[in-house]
Design a protein around this ligand. Structure first.
Ligand code: 3PG
Ligand code: MG
Length: 400
């Protein structure tokens, strides 16, 4: 059943406790303790829900994790402070920052927050209760809000306290999804369940083992699955091909054989491979037929014939899902296969859904992000959704 969204609650005069995924990539700046954000997409994508609450006369208390801090104290490397600053720039209004999550600073700033105000709490994972799903920690956070909103798509596959125990502790109060989570579910679940055909999935990345469940699930609903990335070499081994020094998972060869059998003609493998004699851009290169990679060489990208074929299949598709690069995208010229596929997706009229992580980064870098239907903000979460998994953090929210 569809989940109630933030658009459907009256937030006037209310404190909305909103879980967002502000786990953004950061880099250090010389002579500055504070880190710098290198990609703020996850923050920008949360703006509609935040703005909706402010326009509706409510106030917003934002909570997120950032990275995987080991200690409990405020290690600057894992602080959400730069995120609060970026949010202030993007919203064009004051954003308060609390130096803790359930400590004095957070509690007093949350309780004194006026309607129209925005408060960002410090990294939830500075408190071990977040990963442990601690009841007391959750109770205190829950006491800050009149409404709970989950707009943290990238974290929806987790059962951390802020995702599950906090909304559970808010019985009787509205618990809804934000616009971002609603949009992600719409594309990654609903569109896929009722696709316009042909429905083509393109799966890449290094390991078959990461994509087993996705392949199983999509074989049941797709018309074609195009395989790229290093996982193609494990499939090639399963077919008795020569893979030279390519990255393979020898213990997954049997599984690859099973998937090949189950998939039949639906599962499409590369016909050629761009390989090199070292994992370096300036190595000696060769294009060979798939399954004929000589000793001393490793596959680093799909070959040009495969790229052209995959492009053709994509151009005829009505729905496309893409997850995982076709080759070593960050090391040209082994980015050619990924580029060709991305370009074909951008040019097609199909409903196109780009899974998070590397493929999202690739489509952004190539400048095609606004020519696809949806670029997911979730890495692990988008994979889990493509696997057909249900998320406890979403299931427990109010139905329409
Ligand atoms: C992510 O980027 O994968 C999410 O923010 C979840 O983070 P996690 O994998 O550390 O739980
Ligand atoms: Mg992750």
């Amino acid at each position: 059943m569809a989940k109630k969204t933030i658009a459907e609650v009256d937030v006037a005069g209310k404190a909305v406790l909103m879980r967002v995924d502000f786990n953004v990539p950061l880099e250090s700046v010389p002579d500055n303790e504070q880190q710098q954000i290198t990609d703020d997409r996850r923050i920008r994508m949360a703006l509609p829900s935040i703005e909706k609450v402010l326009q509706g006369g409510g106030r917003v208390i934002l909570m997120s994790h950032l990275g995987r801090p080991k200690g409990t104290a405020g290690d600057a490397k894992f602080s959400l402070k730069p995120v609060a600053e970026r949010l202030r720039q993007l919203l064009g209004r004051e954003v308060l920052f609390a130096s803790d999550t359930v400590g004095e600073d957070a509690l007093s700033k949350a309780r004194n927050l006026p309607n129209g105000g925005v408060l960002v709490l410090e990294n939830l994972r500075f408190n071990p209760g977040e990963k442990q799903g601690d009841r007391q920690f959750a109770q205190t956070l829950a006491s800050l809000g009149d409404v709970y909103c989950n707009d943290a798509f990238g974290t929806c596959h987790r059962s951390d306290a802020s995702m599950v125990a906090v909304p559970e502790a808010m019985a009787g109060k509205p618990k809804v999804v934000g616009y971002l989570v609603a949009k992600e579910i719409q594309y990654l679940t609903e569109t896929i369940a009722n696709p316009q055909r042909p429905f083509v999935a393109i799966l890449g990345g290094a390991k078959v083992s990461d994509k087993i469940q996705v392949i199983h699930n999509l074989l049941g609903i797709c018309d074609r699955i195009l395989i790229g990335g290093a996982m193609a070499y494990t499939f090639s081994l399963a077919q008795g091909g020569q893979v030279g020094d390519s990255l393979v998972e020898p213990d997954k060869v049997d599984l690859a054989s099973e998937l090949l059998e189950k998939g039949g003609s639906k599962l499409v493998l590369p016909v050629d491979t761009h390989c090199g004699d070292d994992f370096r851009a300036d190595c000696n290169k060769k294009i060979v037929a798939a399954g004929s990679i000589p000793a001393g060489f490793q596959g680093l990208d799909i070959g040009p014939r495969t790229a052209a074929q995959y492009g053709e299949v994509v151009r005829e598709a009505k729905t496309v899902v893409w997850n995982g690069p076709m080759g070593v995208f960050e090391m040209p010229p082994f980015d050619a296969g990924t580029k060709a596929v991305a370009e074909a997706i951008a040019e097609s009229d199909a409903v196109s859904i780009i899974g998070g992580g590397d493929s999202a980064a690739a489509i952004e870098q190539l400048g095609f992000a606004d020519r696809v239907s949806h670029v997911s903000t979730g890495g692990g979460a988008s994979l889990a959704m493509l696997e057909g998994k249900k998320f406890a953090a979403v299931e427990l929210l109010d139905d329409v």
